[in-house]
Design a protein around this ligand. Structure first.
Ligand code: GRF
Length: 204
């Protein structure tokens, strides 16, 4: 039997990608268990999704005046307490420093709604759509990458897929197409990582 991979999902917002992971774990498409959902925002709808799925969730908000490294160390301590094999940033909106990342070498992945090297930071879908309207591009993309350091939406690419921007797309239409690709690409990538992990652990 395949070993279950323990996943902590970190979120700041709606959590549609979290939902995709929860659904895939529940119906057996992922040999994984979401052991916790962690949010930096108490009002993240993703926390309700965790509650509905019966997954423990924690709100870890930064204290007023807290140094980034102190917050990250506190966060790492909490996340490490769930003993994850994999930490998935799925709409996590804070930059993480080595005070966090150093605890999970090669163990943190991020989803970004743009192709590698393009449109880092927030509002990547809006910016791609505006560039398309200005005649500067006809497609954008999605990527999943490892997070080795503080680089924003940058790191060794695990998966990427192009997404067309159609001439009559409004922002909602493009966002919906992007979401569908994100959900599939993220789940497929996590499955691959789970399988690699399982192979490493099984005796020869
Ligand atoms: C996604 O577009 C993800 O790529 C980006 O933040 C968004 C999160 O969406 N990092 P959701 O909260 O999973 O619906």
């Amino acid at each position: 039997m395949e070993t279950q991979t323990r996943i902590v999902v970190m979120v700041s917002g709606g959590g549609s990608n979290l939902q995709a992971i929860l659904d895939a774990a529940a119906d057996g498409r992922l040999p994984a268990e979401v052991v916790a959902v962690v949010s930096d925002r108490s009002d993240a709808y993703a926390l309700q999704r965790a509650a509905v799925a019966g997954v423990p969730s924690v709100h870890v908000g930064p204290h007023a005046g807290e140094a980034r490294a102190d917050y990250d160390a506190r966060l790492a301590d909490i996340v490490a307490g769930f003993a994850p094999d994999l930490v998935v940033l799925a709409g996590w909106m804070r930059i993480l420093t080595t005070a966090f990342l150093g605890w999970f070498p090669d163990g943190v992945i991020n989803l970004h709604p743009a192709r590698p090297g393009e449109l880092p930071g927030t509002h990547a879908i809006e910016r791609a759509w505006e560039q398309a309207r200005a005649g500067e591009r006809t497609s954008t993309g999605v990527m999943v990458h490892l997070v080795p350091d503080e680089g924003v939406d940058d790191g060794p690419v695990l998966a990427t897929e192009d997404v067309p921007i159609l001439p009559d797309d409004d922002l909602d239409a493009l966002a919906a197409r992007m979401r569908a690709v994100e959900h599939r690409l993220l789940v497929d990538t996590i499955r691959r990582l789970c399988q690699q992990r399982s192979k490493k652990e099984s005796p020869v």
